[in-house]
Design a protein around this ligand. Structure first.
Ligand code: CA
Length: 242
């Protein structure tokens, strides 16, 4: 049903959380907790392996140990940022590391000092994903050929067919909601709740107006496609086959 390039576009049903931790006992606890909470954990023990994953598949968030065998977590984080990194939660063993995270302004979204409870970790993961609008879609700094959608949640940027879209805040949030569930028909209330802080203050046609401008921007990026589908009397969806 889906071609190779479309597969890249499909957001995973379970958000992938990359766990970079060299201590097996800690990693296993984290992996178990994340899986129980409905995430898809992917465990790597070195910085180089972690960076390879980021280049190869969508990752919604990275749980990153500072003390890794091949490179330190700070350098891994810097490298990841060059590649349009997903949100990062650092795991630290020493308070000096915490100082460094704060002092270096590495762009970490949060950190946890060891030892921590698995429940604390999953709560942080959820909070960071909520804050960063992490919908677990494709991450990439610049949209590349062959990738239909790219989503840099850290920078709130969406690329479509090799073009970076210039979106208003509401257009961005609308598209985030649609991208999270391709094929799903959203009614206006649902889209308004997703994209407006005060949905009650907006009129129905506000959604229609924003879909219209969004559609125009998508057409500008790729005139031959129209990824937004209007379902008369029902709402809108994102075309599954892109
Ligand atoms: Ca370690």
């Amino acid at each position: 049903m889906f071609g190779r390039s479309q597969m890249k576009f499909m957001p995973p049903l379970r958000q992938t959380i990359l766990v970079v931790e060299d201590e097996a006992a800690i990693a296993e606890t984290i992996v178990y907790a994340l899986r129980t909470e409905g995430f898809e954990p992917l465990w790597k023990t070195t910085g180089h392996e972690a960076l390879a994953v980021l280049g190869a598949q969508p990752v919604a968030l990275v749980v990153l140990d500072v003390g890794l065998p091949d490179m330190n977590g700070f350098d891994v984080c810097r490298e990841m940022q060059k590649r349009g990194a997903p949100p990062v939660i650092f795991l630290t063993a020493r308070s000096s590391e915490v100082d460094k995270i704060v002092g270096l302004e590495l762009g970490a979204d949060d950190y946890l000092a060891k030892p921590f409870s698995p429940r604390e970790l999953t709560a942080r993961v959820r909070a960071v994903l909520r804050r960063t609008n992490g919908h677990g879609t494709v991450h990439s700094v610049t949209p590349t050929a062959g990738v239909v959608w790219s989503h840099d949640t850290a920078r709130c940027r969406i690329g479509y067919r090799a073009k970076l879209l210039d979106l208003t805040r509401n257009e961005y949030r609308l598209l985030c909601a649609l991208l999270a569930s391709p094929g799903r028909v959203f009614n206006r209330d649902q889209l308004m709740a997703a994209a407006w802080d005060d949905p009650g203050a907006a009129l129905d046609r506000t959604v229609d107006a924003h879909i219209k401008t969004l559609r125009a921007k998508l057409r500008e990026a790729a005139p031959e496609f129209d990824p937004l589908v209007t379902h008369r009397g029902l709402g809108y969806s994102l075309r599954e086959e892109a």
